[in-house]
Design a protein around this ligand. Structure first.
Ligand code: GCO
Length: 477
């Protein structure tokens, strides 16, 4: 079956500064928090790889921009590394070398016909601000972020028309502050919720500046936030399972989608934090800023569905509150899996969330800013010419795209699809274990780039304006 793409549907790919650039040009003290996470425990990163060199985008961005043109990319989303871009984090003084680098990247993208989409914080919080102020637990860091954001708008606002304030803002609070999985391995739910709230506040303050000052908004520029949201499916329609799914939805989607799109937090949120002795620092003035400065567009990073059920065992009263107090994860019998990442594949979930944005969030314009399939051992799928035959990735992308186009037909204002990712790059902790790219990064050959079969599929799809999908089931080795 043929699926047609409208001419102005933004087909592209995504990446991030810390996952591609490498540390070249960054001086001691300019580490980001995720750089520090690698420095502290390189042993916990797959085969010891981390952000040190990454894909060496810092030196090879012109080569990559040419590959984007060759593949017909219409847009490329990446981030500015805050810890690199700003020389004095308290004053917001810009590092001129970094400014020249990012200016050059944006110019190269535009020169190659690729729309630059820039995210301001893709987990690149300066580690100095974490160590000195406690990171996003601090209201001062919110102010430092706003100074950084305005400096970025000032430098690039005349060329960049699509801005995002954060990428997956919940991930560090969840994995590093609440659940102790990532560095700094904390287990403090209240602090995690303060990180989340302060990022929502920082988003609103950056939106306010972008909307009120002349950095491109008046000539059609848009600003939003990228959220790794997904539908929250209950095991059954029983009251207890549905309540579990609603609570998961609250703590992992709505504490961002509601304030950033609607301007207000869910009514039950702050009372719940109080009930569980987790209330955070909130002021009426801050809530007024959040209400008055909502986003123009949303970025959705969708990989997998969230499936939950009611808890069978009561939460241990000796253990501090965690949203898992209200739910347990639920494994769908017979689900389609990506065995390399351990994530369920459920393309209809993208349609379902598109309908949520249409029906519950004022049909806000949005982009798929990440969707993709990480696979380990891709070298096993090389043909005689050394081209990785990633039919599984073509199937994954086509399946998700066909569901997305169904949502667009039904009125969803999705205006583009950016796959994660353009070239293979460094995942948090998994490093180069799972490869996501349309383009291979050959670690055994000077990080040389080689277009995969999916990259040629992308090129043809954009040229033809359509793709075929028959739902074939790839065989995973
Ligand atoms: C993984 C992926 C993700 C992406 C992230 C970028 O978990 O395997 O690499 O972590 O890097 O979604 O925003």
């Amino acid at each position: 079956m043929k699926y047609f793409l409208s001419k102005n549907f933004m087909m592209g790919a995504s990446a991030a500064a810390w996952q591609t650039e490498g540390w070249e040009g960054k001086k001691p003290g300019q580490e980001s928090l995720i750089d520090a996470a690698y420095k502290v425990n390189p042993d916990r990163w797959y085969e010891g790889y981390g952000p040190t060199i990454a894909t060496d985008f810092y030196h090879r961005y012109k080569e990559d921009c040419k590959l984007m043109k060759e593949m017909g990319l219409k847009a490329y989303r990446t981030s500015i590394d805050w810890s690199r871009f700003i020389k004095n984090y308290e004053t917001g003084e810009v590092n001129e070398d970094a400014a020249a680098f990012y200016d050059g990247v944006v110019d190269e993208l535009i020169k190659n016909g690729v729309e630059p989409i820039i995210c301001l914080e893709h987990w690149e919080l300066p580690n100095q601000l974490f160590e000195k102020y406690g990171g996003w637990n601090s209201k001062e860091v919110v102010e430092f972020y706003v100074k950084y954001a305005e400096a970025a708008f000032k430098l690039l606002g005349s060329k960049v028309k699509y801005w995002f304030t954060f990428n997956e803002p919940i991930v560090f609070p969840e994995l590093a502050i609440m659940d102790g999985i990532w560095y700094p391995y904390k287990s403090d739910t209240q602090e995690a919720m303060q990180w989340n709230y302060n990022k929502v506040l920082a988003n609103a303050k950056a939106v306010k500046i972008y909307h009120e000052k002349d950095y491109g908004y008046q000539s059609g520029g848009k600003i939003g936030i990228i959220i790794n949201a997904a539908p929250s499916y209950p095991r059954s329609q029983s009251t207890d399972d549905v309540k579990a799914a609603d609570m998961y939805d609250l703590f992992f989607n709505k504490i961002y989608t509601d304030p950033c799109i609607k301007g207000t937090f869910p009514e039950i949120y702050f009372p719940l934090l109080k009930k569980h002795d987790c209330m955070i620092a909130v002021t009426d003035e801050e809530l007024a800023i959040i209400q008055a400065n909502t986003i123009d567009m949303m970025g959705l990073n969708y990989y997998r569905p969230n499936r939950v059920k009611a808890r069978s065992a009561a939460w241990n009263p000796e253990v501090k509150f965690n949203p898992q107090y209200y739910y347990e994860n639920y494994e769908l019998q017979g689900k389609k899996m990506n065995p390399f990442r351990g994530w369920e594949i459920y393309a209809k979930g993208l349609y379902d969330f598109a309908m949520i944005l249409k029906n519950e969030y004022n049909n806000i314009p949005w982009l798929v800013t990440e969707n993709g399939m990480g696979v380990a051992g891709e070298e096993k799928h090389k043909d005689a010419d050394g081209v990785i035959q990633d039919d599984y990735r073509i199937d994954f992308v086509a399946d998700h795209l066909r569901w997305l186009l169904k949502a667009v037909e039904e009125g969803s204002q999705c205006f583009g699809y950016l796959m994660w990712n353009f070239t293979d790059n460094v995942s948090p902790y998994n490093a180069f274990k799972n490869r996501y790219g349309y383009i291979e990064i050959d670690l055994d050959d000077n990080r040389n780039r080689r277009i995969k079969k999916s990259g040629y599929w992308f090129k043809k799809t954009v040229e033809d304006g359509y793709f075929e999908y028959d739902g074939f089931e790839p065989v995973y080795k």
